[in-house]
Design a binder for this molecule. Structure first.
Ligand code: 6CS
Ligand code: FE
Length: 299
């Protein structure tokens, strides 16, 4: 039962912990070796060793236009209807993120369940999947702020109570993600190590962390270690491509001072067998729109 029993913490972080790298205890690809599925063996191999995979131009033409129209509709009208789910930029007040789009946007709800995406998630996690979190990140032009380096799993484990690494994200660019407008940057291979972070989780941390994350981010020494082991990669791609990344890969993105927004829609697929328990910090769980606990239905 979520929130009622104590569960052993396989990935302690924050609180009394000191910053360090530890080993990942969970598989990356849960599918049986060489089992047939929606990805080629080379794609599975690339995902397993890098912790991410980019599939170019999955959505094009009219289907892409529908997604781009929905992005704009939510940007213009979403904040009035869904104020709780709307995150603005700290300084400019522009729209930064809109959460829970798989619940309140029919277009994005359909996209999350599209077999082109969901079949890959089911294959890699070897389970039925549901959406733990969804959001649009607008990364507006001129004054869009960065997302500092982090592992998503660290936050979803500590603040939301996801017990194991059996979770992945799909980010679908809806504008061109270029080298200039703050594309997602990843450290290949970093998903094999868990970065233990320092610091207490403040009350209502999410109210601040979604504008500027300061807790649950790697120390300078740990980030340097990871970056020395491989080469930071920028996921530059066309709108309609799909960036699939493991829940524990180290990633972040720079600010956007170009006139062109870098806008992506983002779904977090979690294995049905990995549903949240009580958070691994002394805080109540975050609200439903940041991490599903009540609405857990296989897509
Ligand atoms: O809070 C979350 O769920 C996500 N957002 C941020 C800024 N960091 C952790 C995680 O990716
Ligand atoms: Fe992230």
């Amino acid at each position: 039962m979520p929130g009622t029993t104590q569960h052993s913490d396989l990935y302690p972080s924050r609180g009394q912990q000191t910053a360090r790298l530890t080993e990942r205890l969970d598989p990356v690809v849960y599918a049986a070796p060489n089992s047939p599925g929606p990805l080629s063996p080379a794609q599975v191999q690339a995902y397993e060793s890098n912790g991410f995979l980019i599939i170019e131009d999955v959505f094009t033409g009219e289907s892409l236009q529908t997604l781009q129209d929905e992005l704009e509709r939510l940007r213009l009208h979403g904040a009035q209807t869904y104020p709780q789910q709307t995150i603005t930029e700290l300084e400019s007040g522009d729209m930064r993120s809109m959460f829970q789009v798989h619940q309140h946007s029919p277009v994005f709800r359909q996209l999350a369940a599209n077999p082109k995406l969901a079949d890959i998630a089911r294959y890699l996690l070897d389970d039925q999947v549901y959406i733990h979190q969804s959001r649009v990140n607008y990364k507006p032009g001129f004054r869009g702020q960065e997302f500092y380096w982090h592992s998503d799993f660290e936050t979803w484990h500590v603040e939301d109570g996801l017990p194991r690494m059996r979770t992945l994200s799909m980010s679908i660019p809806l504008t061109r993600n270029s080298e200039n407008n703050g594309p997602l940057m990843l450290i290949p291979g970093s998903h094999r190590q868990y970065v233990v972070c320092e610091g207490e989780t403040p009350d209502n941390n999410y109210a601040r962390s979604l504008q500027k994350q300061e807790v649950g981010v790697p120390g300078d020494a740990q980030l340097s270690q990871l970056a020395e082991q491989s080469c930071i990669t920028a996921a530059c791609c066309n709108p309609g491509s799909v960036i699939i990344f493991d829940c524990n890969v180290m990633h972040g993105s720079n600010g956007n001072i170009t006139p062109d927004p870098r806008s992506n829609v983002f779904f977090v697929y979690n294995a049905m067998s990995n549903q949240p328990v009580a958070p691994f910090c002394n805080q109540p769980p975050r609200p439903e729109h940041l991490g599903s606990r009540l609405h857990i239905e296989p897509v």
